[in-house]
Design a protein around this ligand. Sequence first.
Ligand SMILES: [Zn+2]
Length: 66
Amino acid sequence: MTCSACEKELSFNEIGLNKKFNGNSAPLCMRCLAEKLGVTTARLEEKIAEYRAAGCTMFVAGSRSE
Ligand SMILES: [Zn+2]
């Protein structure tokens, strides 16, 4: 799966972010998704950590996000 805006290959966590924050819209990488949502990529990284802490299996530790 690739970003619909910049065509970057999406990481596992980025696919998870799309499921959480982007609904059924065309998939976006973390950078493009942050831009769309009006937040920083650091904020999205925090959300990944929060979901992981809550036991969400859509996100993994140590996955490249860039
Ligand atoms: Zn992108």
